[in-house]
Design a protein around this ligand. Sequence first.
Ligand code: ATP
Ligand code: MG
Ligand code: MG
Length: 552
Amino acid sequence: ESRKNLNFIEQIVENDLKEGKNGGRIQTRFPPEPNGYLHIGHAKAICLDFGIAERYGGICNLRFDDTNPVKEDMEYVDSIMEDIKWLGFHWENVYYASDYFKQLWDFAVQLIKEGKAYVDEQSAEEIAKQKGTPTIPGTHSPYRDRPSEESLELFEKMNSGEIPEGKMVLRAKIDMASSNMHFRDPIIYRVIHIPHHRTGTQWKAYPMYDFAHGQSDYFEGVTHSLCTLEFEVHRPLYDWFLDQLADSDYRPRQTEFNRLNLTYTVMSKRKLLQLVQEKLVSGWDDPRMPTLTGMRRRGYTAQAIRNFIDKIGYTKYEAINDVSLLEHAVREDLNAHAIRVSGVIDPIKLILTNYPEGQVEEMEAINNPEDESMGGRKVKFSRELWIERDDFMEEAPKKYFRLTPGNEVRLKNGYIVKCTGCRKDEEGNVTEVYAEYDPMTKSGMPDSNRKVKGTIHWVSVSHSLDAEVRLYDRLFMVEDPASEKEKDFRELLNPDSLIVKKGCKVEEYLKDAKPLDSFQFQRIGYFNVDRDSTEDTLVFNRTVALKDSWKK
Ligand code: ATP
Ligand code: MG
Ligand code: MG
C-alpha cells in the first residue's frame, strides 16, 4: 500500500529501508514508565511506534522503563497493557528495563575502568552549582580524577546498601565545557533504598534515564527509537553512550516528534496523579480525565482516538491541539455506529387527553439513519409520555417551534400533537402538559406528511426506565492550564465539569444495555452506560453533545 503524504518519520524509515540499514530490519518500542496510567498523549506515541512497525513489516516491543522504584507500581503495568490492547495494537514482546540492570551495571563498570566514569561524593546542590550555564563552562568536580579502582570500590558500595541515598553518584566523564549541558559529566547512577516492584532489594544503585534508555534500545535491537521533542538535546548523549558500547554496524537511531498537547487539559502524570490522590476526580478512570481508561469509560472509542491522532499527524513543531478536534472525531465515529434512542434528562409528563386510556401502540424506530444494516425496532407509545421540560413553554417567543398552547409538533416516530395547556402547582411550576393527538398523522396514515416545524422526543411513562445522567464538561476552565505559571493548576479546575441529573427517563429498549455500550440520545448527544449502573437505575455518561445540540 503506497501512501502519498508520508510524515517525516515514515520518510526516514523508507530511506533506511532503501539503503538497507540494519539489514533492512524495522524494530520500534513503546517505552512507558509504569508510574501512572496512559493518557491521550501516550496514544500518539503508541500509534507511531506500533503503526510504523505494522506499516513496514517490523516489530514493536512494549518496554517498561522501570528504572526508578520510587514511583513505579504493578498496577500501572497492568493498566498500560490493557490500554494498548484496547487501542488495537499488539506488541511482539514485553520487556522491562529492570531486566537489563546487570548489563547496564557491567557497562558502567567498563566506563569506570576506561576512565570514562567516576564516583562523585558531592551533594546534588554542589554538582548543580558546578554545571555552569550554556555560555559559561562548568567546573571540574574534585573527585573527577580519582583512580578507577577507588571509583569501582565505591560503586560497589553504592549498590550494597552501605552508602545512604544522596551521598554518592556515578558520573560519566565527558566534557564540562561542552555547549550541550547534557555532556557536562551527566549523572548516570544514583542510590535509592526503596525496593523495586520487580527486582526487590537486589539493587541499590539505579541507572538514570539517559544511561538506561539508549542501551536498552541497543540490547533489544531497536532500529528506530521514536520519542518526543524534549529529548532532542539528549540525543548526542544517547549517541555518545552507544559509541562506547557498540561494536558492530548496528545502531539504534533516535528521532524526535512533537508531543500531543490538548486545550483545556493537563497531561503531566504528576498532575494527573495529584488529581487522583487529592480526590479532585473520582480516580484514574474518571470520565473527565485525559487518560485512556477515563476516555474509554466516557465512551470515546479507540477508533475515534486513532482517527484524531492520524489527523493531527507528526511534525517537529510543538503545538497545542484543540480538544474540539478530538470531540469531533468521537462524534463522527459514534454517529456512524451508535443506535438512536430516546432519553429524557429533565422529564415532565405530557398527557394526550384524546388518546384512549390503557391503549398501547408500537411505533417503528430506525436504529441508525446512517446505516440501514443496523435495522430498526418497536417502541411503545401510550397516553402518558415523558418529554423534556424545556420542550414546553406556556408563553413562548415567536421562533419557539416546540410545545406551547395552540402549537403543533411531531412526536418522533409517532403522531402530530397540538398543545392545549398545562397544569401548575401552587408556586406556578408546570407539573403536566396537555395535548391532543391527530390519529391520521402516524407514519403511513394520510396526513402523516403534514408539515409541522418542530419534532420532539418522548418516552412512554409506563414503558420507561429510571436513569441517572452525568453531564461532563471540560475539566479546566482555561485553554492552556500549563501556561498559567503563577497559578496552582488546581485553581483552574472547572467547578461545573460534572453535573449529575437524577430522575431521568430512558426507553425500555435500554434495559439490557451493558457498561460501555454507546447510544445517541436523540437531539441531545452521545451517551454510554457507566459501570455504576444498578438493577434499579442505569447510569449514563455524556460522551459528547451533538454538534448543533438543539434542533428547534
Ligand atoms: P510525563 O512527562 O507526563 O510523566 P512521560 O513522558 O514521562 O510522561 P512515559 O511513560 O515516559 O511518560 O512515556 C512513554 C512514551 O510516551 C515516551 O516515549 C513519551 O515520549 C511518550 N509520550 C508521553 N507523553 C506524550 C505526549 N503528550 N505526546 C506524545 N508522546 C508522549
Ligand atoms: Mg518518561
Ligand atoms: Mg516525562
